[in-house]
Ligand binder design. Sequence first.
Ligand code: AMP
Ligand code: ZN
Length: 709
Amino acid sequence: MSKIYQRIEFLRREIDRHDRLYYVEAKPVIGDRDYDLLYEELLKLERENPEFFDSSSPTQRVSGSPIEGFSQVRHDPPMQSLDKTHTKEELSDFNAFISKEVSGFSYIVEPKVDGVSISLTYENSRLVRAATRGNGIVGDDVTLNVRTIKAVPLTLPPEAGENLEVRGEIYMTRDGFLRLNEEELEMGREPFANPRNAAAGSLKQLDPKEVSKRPLDIVIYNAGGEGCDKFSSHSEMIAAFRRWGLPTSPWSKRCDSIEAVFEAIDELENLRHSFRFEIDGAVIKVDERRYHDILGATAHGPRWARAYKYQPERAETVVEAITVQVGRTGVLTPVAELRPVQLAGSVISRATLHNEDQIVRQDIRIGDSVWVVKAGDVIPAIDSVIAEKRTGQERIFKMPNRCPVCAGEVVRAQGEVALKCVNPACPEQLRRRIEHFASRNALDIRALGPGVIDSLVEKGLVKDPLDLFSIDEITLSKLDVSGHRFGKNASTVIQALSVAKTLPLNRWLFAVGIANIGVSVAKDIALEHEKFSQLKDSPALKNVIENELKKGKERKILPIKVEAAKAVYKFFEGEYGTKFLQRMMEMGVDPAREAAAEKASSGPLVNAGCVLTGTLSKPRGEYAKLIEKAGGIIQNTVTSKTKYLIAGANVGASKTEKARKLGTMVINESQLKEMLEGSSYDDGANKNENSAIVEEKQSNPIQDELFSL
Ligand code: AMP
Ligand code: ZN
């Protein structure tokens, strides 16, 4: 076998091993940088040697194009729910029932992971299917989305047997959820309510590329249909899953009596905030699998298992005041200032109230005693008012009709919930815009904390984020930041600013802070432009906007969303955008698109082997370039790795027939053109659960106004 193939296989196994060490064992042995080097080498070798393509390679987790919908998968046996208990008495009843039916058994107590249940099917040791529970009998095929989750092995070792179906839960990690929500907030969007919603919404996305950006993980805790019969106990089966590289729960307890179960569920409750996933209870299972058949199941769930739900944690406190925050785009958000209280592992002193409508709906008044919870265990929120504790001294809150910071005019745009300060010189909006400009996903100027920003704005040293680049180190170091001289920190800021100038186009586009333009949208737009300066009067953006006006078949699926294209176009057309760009040119900064590698690793034809044949209307070389730009791989002859045979005029039937036999799709020139123009975005298709709210928040006429001043 060729040396190259050996190296490719070595790299694949090595990357799988490191994924496993990282995701399953939580014991990584190499750093990100070394991992990236292995990955890049594999990517390069595979691209240069398309004959060694393998769909189970770690490079093949993300498939190129979005899908139109999910097909249905039948579950055999059905994916059931669990009967629930809330008290130890109910659990004693469960124990009495089990003891009556069988004898000589033990229990396993596991965390009840709060995510989305999933079934994984491996055939010939390869992952071939992932399906949601759906109604238990029929679920959605979400294979392409689940493949993007690095904790899910794409192949299993031979010991696992050829065919295996396992079941578990896909969840969003707590950290990942917080980060995702931070991004949503930075974008001025409504955050996800909890990690479970975020996980469910992510799996429902139609574009695997979007899913791959979501911090999802998995725990396997149940047998599926096939390949699990050989185990005599649940605990033995789970241990085997883990050996085979399937992530399993980091905590579980074997108990010989119901008293031991009680202890275990208490122990687990104390640990509940220490896991990467959220838990909403414990699951108690009979360990001996021979009893599972004997005990059987009801229509709802197995008779050999019970869920025990923990009380949601909540704490009582008092709303001492309601203040109003002004956002980057001028949106006013009411915030409850709470008497500090301990809840679920941290002290809570503030909770956002989102908008006036919510305050009215929950009838929250200043001075009220309230129950606070952590939505999805992380975001503090007011659950309800304790009306019995009202003394009559509570005051009803009204949103101000002037900006609380600049006293500027406040308006409610038609059809929107939010009130906005429309003063273009509002210092608070400026502070927020600078914060955004300097944030991690934008220009990452960490040393520029809220204190410095305050002081820069107060002194009038910065009237626009770009002014940051004209401050000199001495002025900066003399700055008074909350009673201290900024001093040596100034050089850190200056350094970060000079690095910022070298950052790529997508980061700058995000940093500008145009409504609708989040991190990933900025990346998509950046891929279509070589330089920042090309964003003005961009033909690519114009194309998207004009395409919108076309009807039916004529309309194409383009790589940029229409709303985003419009927002960027409008920004650079406006006076502020024009000036912004002009200043950047004066500074000699014209951020460029990131290296070409990124382009080729995404795109409508990513990693698709393509063969061109017959007479085409353009030179083959030109098509070859376009195909490569779209992520495709040009091959000279059709092999089993060829995805598309592009047949021009005068191609013999025998040639196309042979290709079909090898599983290659035969397409004509115009279909190819369509594919090259189309891409991984379908406006409106990959909406998550929060899309309604997101949409409402996104239209932002005032900001557009602001930018055209
Ligand atoms: P519920 O969705 O509240 O009806 O609870 C039943 C669900 O709990 C199951 O369908 C699983 O998705 C989920 N679950 C979470 N952790 C476990 C676990 N350790 N064992 C079994 N089911 C679990
Ligand atoms: Zn204001």
